[in-house]
Design a protein around this ligand. Sequence first.
Ligand code: NAD
Length: 353
Amino acid sequence: MRAFVFPGLTTRVIFGEGTIARTGEEIARLGHSRALVLSTPHQKPEAEALAASLGARAAGVFAGAAMHTPVAVTEEAVAAFRASGATCVVSLGGGSTTGLGKAIAVRTGADQVVIPTTYAGSEMTDILGETSGGEKVTRRDPAIRPEVVIYDVDLTLTLPVGMTATSALNAIAHGMEALYAPDRNPVIVAMVKEALPAFRDALPVLARDPGDRAARAGALYAAWCCSTALGYVSMALHHKLAHVLGGSFDTPHAETHAILLPHTTAFNEAAARAALTPIAATFGGGSAGAGLWDFARAIGAPLRLADLGLTEADLDRAAGIALRNSYDNPRPFTERDIRDLLQAAWEGRRPQP
Ligand code: NAD
């Protein structure tokens, strides 16, 4: 048994169907009487319906959340938050909306109730990435971590099939890197081991029938496990590369994670084979990297960075940026290694078992 530190889990979690109806009582339980409801423009109707259901507890709706949490949007939202008299935010949506809620909370001390509608997994973490002037800066701070998360299976029924696949692979990427994180602990590893077969079983069903409630429940449960893994241990090369591509080349978040995942897994498998055994055992394929590539293909996820509009010259630049700051990774690497990894992901090659 490895020595470990288990930091405890601090966020209150409510999981089930129809749980959005409990939002009001959770706001009150935190000691607040007025909350600002947040969403993207796309989910504004759902945010307005939630605000209507909250009655006097709703201080209004701010529906301007955007990918990568632009500081300009946050400033507008903080002004709306202060003007509304709210002391709490309710973030209804995917990682972009959760990010806006975190950005408001860290500036104002607001409590957060998060209602996630994708599998991206920001809700359980103390991580906030913000962009301004074309650069994304990420920080960790206990003040960023949401107080309450309400998982409602019903709200994921509308997640499009493509986003369902890529968002699930985004979640699996958190679990993958948690398995070899130097600060991992048995609780987090157990949660990842719980999540992998749940995603493996749910995703093929959802690819055929996105309205399958049992599969939606399994996928959302797995997403909670992976979000917790992201929130309580450190991440390495995979998250670094996804951050570089998203931050410097504006590639879409979930797709970028999905495409990189088999390649970053295969690269680190050479140094962390035992830790990654749960992935190989779950997805088959002869190795963790190949198994994930096979799974991604089977559920219709994109496989090639080239399809995100990146050029080979972009890969040269990305490899350089990825080497700028040092960070822990199970396998040491050179710029050439990263460039080769990106090439394989750009072409969509199946990693060798
Ligand atoms: P997103 O939140 O940008 O959502 C994508 C689109 O899908 C939006 O238009 C949204 O309104 C819509 N959508 C969301 N749920 C839906 C549903 N159930 N039905 C129909 N449409 C729906 O995408 P995402 O991948 O969830 O989040 C990406 C962002 O989250 C990135 O900015 C990323 O950096 C951040 N993130 C942060 C962390 C963290 O810990 N800080 C973790 C994961 C992701």
